[in-house]
Design a protein around this ligand. Structure first.
Ligand code: AMP
Ligand code: ZN
Length: 114
């Protein structure tokens, strides 16, 4: 999508620190990290949020989670644990309307009962 920040990051029109890429999925460091490790995983196909993504192409959600799982095993973060978050809409705190999954790791995360 033309005016989408994350579509521009995928195309390399806006710089990012890439940490993972395959045919369908791209991942890069969050510019404002909320934990020692904070990566954003996105599908290369534009969608507004995970609800739209799931309705249009549920297999895309699985592709992103497969990439997150590969990353977690590669980087050996599964043993200590990590968190996956996706914000949806205004109350969810979504600020970029290209579906993305925050992957947070590298320290004890607070909130959600932790
Ligand atoms: P959300 O608030 O869930 O929509 O998450 C958007 C995330 O994108 C925030 O955590 C921002 O820090 C991050 N972000 C915004 N612009 C960039 C950028 N140019 N490069 C990397 N991360 C970004
Ligand atoms: Zn986009």
């Amino acid at each position: 999508m033309e005016d989408c920040l994350f579509c521009k990051i995928i195309k390399g029109e806006i710089p990012s620190t890439k940490v993972f890429e395959n045919e369908n999925v791209f991942a890069f460091k969050d510019i404002n990290p909320l934990a020692k490790g904070h990566i954003l995983f996105i599908h290369k196909k534009h969608s507004h949020d995970v609800v739209e993504m799931t309705q249009k192409e549920p297999a895309d959600v699985a592709e992103v989670f497969r990439a997150i799982s590969e990353f977690a095993l590669d980087q050996k973060i599964k043993e200590d644990g990590f968190r996956v978050v996706t914000n949806i809409g205004k109350h969810g705190g979504q600020t970029v309307y290209h579906t993305h999954f925050h992957v947070l790791f590298g320290e004890q995360l607070k909130g959600f009962g932790a």
